[in-house]
Ligand binder design. Structure first.
Ligand SMILES: Nc1ncnc2c1ncn2[C@@H]1O[C@H](COP(=O)(O)OP(=O)(O)O)[C@@H](O)[C@H]1O
Ligand SMILES: [Mg+2]
Length: 273
């Protein structure tokens, strides 16, 4: 199942609330249950992904200081020294903290100087040998230097659209502009098919959004969508993945099937290259 080379996937959408963090958490669990080793890297200062995934957020991240802010402020350490455990042995976490926004401001000038492939350095060979996938969760701000740096290191960018939210579709115009610049510096980056989340079965709006996305996005959309369910917010309140909170739930099955589709898509794309 595991693809040989580490595949780095950055989640994108310049619109908050579309389901990126939910996807980062649950796709990691789905990939892990298909025997892949996954590193989740959280670049959003809201740190929702981190607090849901970390085994001991308070001890390992806050007290021990193993998080992205300290990695960024380090003198060029490898991310390997900053990753923490999750409750799943196949998933590790490079955590965010609430102070990441101010850190980004503080180190912006430094980042600008080193804007080219900062994360290539952090995700060095030593770290990559441990992981089949690195999933990077991002903040919605289009100007995030961290997101830009993540994209410069990634093999794939992955749009997440909320099926009932027209504005998430509208946001693609800004994202496409950013991707034009990214491609100049990272020509190897490719789009994965778009993921539609919060898909309401039988809703003409959800169906229409999927049709538009299929025609407007270069890589199309994944056939499997993530359904709308209150189990998602309940799992967040309990700081758990769906796999832990409600095993066997339809949303877990949706994410499992998307994980299979990602593995298939990546293998197929490699063969046709
Ligand atoms: N499939 C879903 N069904 C119902 N609610 C969802 C689903 N996915 C996400 N949500 C809810 O949408 C909100 C935003 O999700 P989140 O993953 O934080 O988005 P983002 O990271 O893009 O801002 C959260 O309140 C979450 O519980
Ligand atoms: Mg988020």
């Amino acid at each position: 199942m595991a693809t040989k080379k580490t595949q780095i996937i950055t989640l994108v959408c310049n619109k908050g609330g579309v389901g990126r963090s939910t996807t980062a958490i649950n796709i990691a669990w789905s990939l892990a249950s298909s025997k892949c080793n996954v590193l989740v890297c959280d670049l959003d200062a809201q740190a929702n992904t981190s607090s849901s995934l970390a085994k001991n957020y308070q001890e390992d991240v806050i007290e021990d200081g193993r998080h992205v802010t300290n990695l960024l402020k380090s003198a060029g350490d490898s991310a390997i020294d900053y990753i923490v455990d999750t409750r799943n042995p196949n998933i590790k976490l490079l955590s965010s903290t609430l102070m990441l926004d101010s850190t980004e401001g503080e180190i912006k000038s430094l980042l600008d100087l080193n804007v080219f492939k900062l994360f290539d350095h952090f995700f060095n060979k030593k770290l990559k040998t441990d992981f089949d996938f690195i999933i990077i969760d991002t903040p919605p701000q289009k100007s995030s230097v961290l997101t830009l740096n993540a994209l410069l290191t990634s093999n794939w960018y992955w749009y997440v659209l909320s099926a009932e939210d027209q504005w998430s579709l509208d946001a693609r115009i800004v994202s496409e502009k950013i991707m034009e610049d990214v491609r100049k510096l990272n020509p190897k980056i490719k789009p994965l098919p778009v993921l539609m989340t919060k898909f309401v079965n039988g809703s003409s709006h959800s169906i229409e959004m999927k049709k538009i996305a299929a025609s407007e996005f270069k890589a199309g959309v994944f056939k499997t969508t993530i359904g709308y369910s209150t189990v998602v917010s309940k799992s967040h309140s309990n700081r758990k993945s769906i796999h832990e909170f409600n095993p066997g739930h339809l949303i877990e099955k949706n994410y499992d099937s998307v994980a299979l589709a990602i593995n298939r898509y990546i293998s197929k794309t490699k063969k046709t290259r």
